[in-house]
Ligand binder design. Structure first.
Ligand SMILES: [Zn+2]
Length: 431
């Protein structure tokens, strides 16, 4: 069924608990008015004649539940291949990969993820287009299209012939090629550029991230990165950079990169600059969690197990330090799909950062309002406010009490349209 792009009905939602991603605490018993997909008013239930509202509007009684902004994953990938068979990125037909990704996008939306940023995937511009046109159900997407990296850079799979990598279209060397690559991406439908600024040391097995994150090296000159950011910014789109290691993060800062992905390990001086300039760093913890959780079932080698443990340890230490310095984090899971990394596990990102020192409210704000800023959509989504698009979720329990409540999504609204409703409206109980 094709979803209408705009809901023309008037809807009122009674939120027993409202977390609006602006106020420092939850607000009790609020009415959220939605017209044509936009939040037109939020008011306290006191003094409002509920009966008159019920006659003029579609009324949803969530007085027993928590209402908040839809979750926004600031870093995912739609590869459309099993996460355990990434070699299929080179062999599976794009059409088949797209069909698999379409299903993943729908599942994300039903899990309460109403917006996401795809930080690298050749199929994501078409997926975004199909969702925007209402052909497919899925989150509101900002997409990078294919990665951009140097020869021997972040995603240059050095175990396949270089000609095959060139055909994949991600390699760009020298300022001129970078400028051209950004123009090609925009032509293909990208609304974001994803660039790789670091790579493992020479001889490392784990090429993209490095066997030891402390020893990762940079893969682009400042002039090359600057050509990409300049060209992207001329077109008013953002640049997101994969950075493992202090030097690559400093290079990103120096060249006006908009968001830093991963961003560890770094030193205190770099932390101070990131915090002072309020540059967004995306958390990306769930993907390492999923690797560690899958290692036995999917027979990871001892080398892989060691590698992911080293990275998780480094990421955690850096995140904890980053919080002390006041670094601005958006939540992004870096999940790529089943069987080991289903994108529906974004709620794990909240659990992990909560475990690493963020309060429940800070985590919720990071994974809604700050993530919306990473997407460049903070004037439209990411908080429950008058004038924002009605991308809302309802939870069976309060995530300020227990962050795991984010897993318990019972209602999803996107652009004012009801995507999922597990609540029996006459009784207000979960079906
Ligand atoms: Zn990623």
């Amino acid at each position: 069924m094709v979803t209408p792009i705009m809901d023309r009905k008037k809807t009122v939602i009674h939120a027993g608990v409202l977390i609006d991603s602006i106020a420092p605490t939850a607000i009790r018993d609020q009415l959220i008015f939605v017209e044509n997909g936009i939040i037109t008013q939020i008011s306290s239930i006191n003094g409002v004649l509920l009966e008159s509202i019920k006659s003029g509007y579609d009324f949803y009684d969530f007085s027993k539940y928590t209402v908040m902004s839809g979750l926004i994953d600031a870093h995912i990938h739609f590869f459309g291949v099993p996460s355990t068979k990434l070699d299929e990125l080179m062999t599976a037909p794009e059409a088949f990969r797209s069909l698999r990704a379409a299903r993943e996008a729908k599942e994300m939306l039903y899990a309460g993820i109403t917006a996401a940023r795809c930080c690298g995937s050749s199929i994501s511009p078409s997926l975004k287009r199909a969702i925007d046109l209402g052909i497919l159900e899925g989150p509101r997407l900002v997409v990078a299209g294919q990665f951009v990296c140097a020869s021997n850079g972040t995603w240059d799979h050095i175990k396949v012939p270089v000609q095959a990598m060139r055909e994949a279209g991600m390699l760009a060397d020298g300022p001129d090629q970078l400028r051209q690559k950004v123009r090609e991406r925009i032509r293909e439908g990208a609304g974001l550029i994803k660039i790789g600024l670091s790579v493992g040391a020479v001889g490392d097995e784990y090429h993209a991230w490095g066997d030891d994150p402390e020893k990762s090296v940079t893969s682009y000159s400042l002039d090359e990165i600057r050509a990409a950011t300049d060209e992207a910014h001329k077109n008013r789109i953002k640049v997101s950079a994969h950075c493992i290691g202090n030097e690559s993060v400093l290079n990103a800062i120096e060249t006006n990169v908009d968001t830093i992905e991963h961003g560890y390990p770094i030193d205190d001086k770099t932390r101070s600059i990131l915090a002072e300039r309020k540059i967004i760093v995306t958390s990306t913890a769930a993907q390492l969690y999923c690797h560690n959780a899958s290692a036995d079932e999917f027979s990871y080698s001892d080398g892989e197990k060691k590698l992911f443990a080293i990275h998780e340890n480094s990421m955690r230490n850096n995140f904890e330090q980053g919080l002390k310095f006041g670094i601005k984090y958006a939540l992004g899971s870096d999940l790529i799909g089943p069987p080991t990394h289903p994108q529906t596990l974004f709620y794990k990102e909240f659990e992990i950062v909560n475990n690493w020192g963020m309060s429940n409210m800070e985590a919720i704000i990071a994974g809604t309002r700050i993530s919306a800023e990473a997407l460049g959509l903070d004037d439209l989504i990411g908080s429950v406010e008058k004038g924002k698009i009605a991308d809302l979720i309802v939870l069976g329990s309060n995530p300020l009490e227990k962050i795991q409540a984010l897993k318990n999504v019972i209602f999803v609204m996107k652009s004012g349209n009801i995507v999922r409703n597990d609540v029996s409206n006459d009784k207000g109980s979960i079906k």
